[in-house]
Design a protein around this ligand. Structure first.
Ligand code: FAD
Ligand code: UDP
Length: 390
């Protein structure tokens, strides 16, 4: 295979994993990132005052069913056992504020309705007395919630939170967003269903530093990519925003951004890592207490984030792609433009304008690197996308 000079735009998981794979295949890799650190949005940083490992761009929990991806990350960092157990503060049907367990499970149902139901009784109660069974094929978030848990649980736990998170009524959002959350008729309060779940012992940035640690990889931070930079490379892998690559010539793709209001606490502020707030009148969606993401460590002080969600302005960090009808049409135009552009492959959550969990990002990065290596061997042109964004 001919040795090539490759540019990775972005030192997040996408750039690091593709870069590492192709460095091992004998290519010369340069990684640039506009920020002053590697790790992209998974970046973790030890707080000087408290010693807590802070998830700077919001909490990240690693969970996957993909055995190859799990083995991949474990090569670089020890993963400590961690189960995400989320709590939520909201009002019960009598209007009394309480702390409940999420995702909705038998504990949530019994506490919320003041009952002592066993699993089958709870299932019957939800199906026969709560769920709106007149909805046959739920299309929207609201219909999905009404169909599977009913009005009371929907209004307490999902309606207000979702309006705050997405800035839209749940009747305007797709059912797929809610389908990410299970409903359980037992006391399992694990937020995820995946086979593997854990936290990197020294944080994600330490892991990504090891992925990038290869003699054929050069990392340049505080370096903003422009298209001219790409001209001296044989190929560019771009994990920045797709619309940004084209200087927003077809308009801006819509994103939600997050504001994190940090506060420090002497002791244990909330007793858990993630506390959601279901009421619309509470302006933040959740409070995260970062030391609880590393339960094997001990810290007296605590670092907490109040998390607020709003529409992203041009200068904000883009977090969640909106992907409504308007954005999807705009995305299709950008995809067509990208497909006419040679020498660049768009990757990752921003390059393909999709919400991607870390395990999916790594899976796609490995497949992209392999696909590129095959294209080089066969003399084919590398495509603009190895994974179609629409
Ligand atoms: P990014 O991490 O965004 O990296 C892209 C990099 O490119 C950035 O560092 C950026 O600075 C750089 N860049 C962009 N444009 C340019 C340019 N023009 N020049 C130079 N550099 C540029 N996943 C999970 O599995 N579990 C979780 O619990 C989880 N929680 C999340 C919470 C939030 C709030 C969000 C938004 C995401 C979460 N994710 C989670 C998803 C996770 O963040 C992504 O899977 C991951 O960050 C994707 O990596 P990436 O390399 O594609 O993108
Ligand atoms: N959600 C909610 N209440 C909660 C938690 C989640 O209404 O307490 C909704 C919200 O709309 C969210 C979706 O369920 O976007 C999926 O939850 P997940 O934890 O996957 O949220 P995200 O990754 O979007 O933050």
């Amino acid at each position: 295979m001919p040795k090539t000079k490759l540019l990775m735009v972005g030192a997040g998981l996408s750039g690091a994993v593709i870069g590492r794979h192709l460095a091992e295949a004998g290519h010369e890799i340069t990684v640039v990132d506009a920020r002053s650190h590697i790790g992209g949005n998974c970046h973790t940083e030890r707080d000087e005052k408290t010693g807590v490992n802070v998830h700077v761009y919001g909490p990240h929990i690693f969970h996957t069913d993909d055995g190859e991806v799990w083995d991949y990350v474990n090569q670089f960092e020890t993963f400590m056992p961690y189960k995400n157990r989320v709590k939520t503060t909201s009002l019960d049907p009598q209007g009394v504020r309480g702390v409940f367990s999420l995702p909705i499970n038998l504990h949530t149902i019994n506490q919320f309705f003041g009952k002592t139901l066993r699993p089958d009784e709870a299932r019957d109660f939800i199906v026969n007395e709560q769920a709106d069974t007149s909805i046959n094929d739920p299309q929207t978030f609201e219909e999905q919630a009404m169909r599977f848990v009913g009005k009371d649980l929907y209004e307490a736990f999902f309606k207000g939170y979702t309006i705050k998170q997405w800035g839209m009524h749940p009747s305007e959002l797709p059912a797929s967003i809610l389908k990410r959350l299970p409903v359980r008729f037992n006391y399992d309060d694990n937020y995820f269903f995946h086979k593997y779940q854990g936290m990197p012992e020294n944080g994600y940035t330490a892991m990504i530093e090891k992925i990038l640690d290869h003699p054929s990889i050069t990392v340049k931070l505080e370096t903003v990519f422009d298209r001219k930079m790409g001209e001296v490379f044989d190929h560019v892998f771009y994990s920045g925003p797709l619309d940004g690559y084209f200087d927003y010539e077809l308009g801006r793709l819509g994103y939600r951004t997050l504001d994190f209001e940090r506060f420090d606490f002497d002791g244990d502020y909330q007793g858990c890592a993630v506390m959601n707030y279901g009421e619309e009148s509470v302006p933040y969606t959740r409070i995260t207490e970062h030391k609880h993401f590393s339960p094997w460590e001990e810290h007296d002080g605590s670092v907490c984030y109040r998390e607020f969600s709003r529409a992203a302005e041009p200068e904000d960090i883009p977090y969640y792609p909106i992907r409504q009808v308007k954005e999807k049409a705009q995305l299709a135009d950008y995809v067509a433009l990208a497909e006419q552009t040679e020498g660049v492959t768009f990757v990752g959550r921003l390059g393909t304008y999709r919400y991607l969990d870390m395990d999916v990002t790594i899976r796609e990065a490995l497949d992209t690197a392999r696909g590129f290596a095959t294209a080089l061997e066969t003399g084919e042109k590398a495509p603009a996308f190895f994974v179609a964004p629409v």
